[in-house]
Design a protein around this ligand. Sequence first.
Ligand code: ASP
Length: 320
Amino acid sequence: MTILAIHGGAGGDGEWRGLTSLDPERIRCMQNVLQSIGEALQSGSIDALEAVTQAVELMENEPLFNAGIGSVLDEDGSVTMDASIMNGLDGAAGSVVNVRRIRHPIRAAYCILKQGWPVMLNSEAADEFAIEQGVEPVEPTWLITKLRQKQWNLWKDKNARPGATDEDDSVLDHDMEGMGTVGAVALDVHGNVAAATSTGGMTGKPKGRIGDTPIIGAGTWADTNIAVSCTGVGEAFIRTCAAHRLAAKYETGLTLQEACQDVLDAVEPIGGRGGIIAVTSDGSVATPFQTMLMYRGVWSDGTITIGIGPNDVDLDSMDS
Ligand code: ASP
């Protein structure tokens, strides 16, 4: 059995108001990721670790997600990105913080994992290491899209708090919000799992701010039983060690759904709204969220499901 689950971020409050004009493009991206990486995973040509890396790279390429090109802008109007990855089989991990000059932060995290030591690199040193390893260099301004610039201008005009346009859909419709952190979890033909997460963080985040995404155990976790990728207000996911908490709860014998609910209940009182994707080595998968929406999709042995709001998207009607 092979499974690939992906997310493209969670956010928004209140009632689901339906797809926006940009959502079909996000759906197409998720469909392509699930189809191409799912097939490779099923054929055994790539393992879980490579599958999550490639899935996240493809989502980093999509300007409508908040990772790689199209990342949200910091307080000073620049892009800084975080990413991490973990392999369930041996607990190997890699992470980059505040990178600015590479196209694929997740590939940089993968290179760190493969090197074996250290686990985390930050800022200029992380960019330099990644470029030496062959990760594609880019100009920092290449990462900035018109949509994100417009969103940042609104954030600035409103003098809003960091992340305000990411969460508050009374400010903007969800095409204009900063949600869109991306993540992937996979189960391969050998029964091994892996997890990866990548983000531009939150709109208007202050210089040097680090969210949960690059923190092993907070935004990303994988062990021999389970792989987890989280999205949402990072500080709460850090304070609860959310991704690792899910693994620990699952190990106590809770079902995957119960363990996910425990984590969402733990982050909520401290301002952590968001979602989780998780897959277990015995083939369970869950994609719960407590926000208005979470971009999400699952490949399970050739069957693809995709959702944004509370219900799955009718992919047949999208094709026609
Ligand atoms: N967790 C990310 C952060 O706090 C943002 C998100 O997932 O929307 O940087």
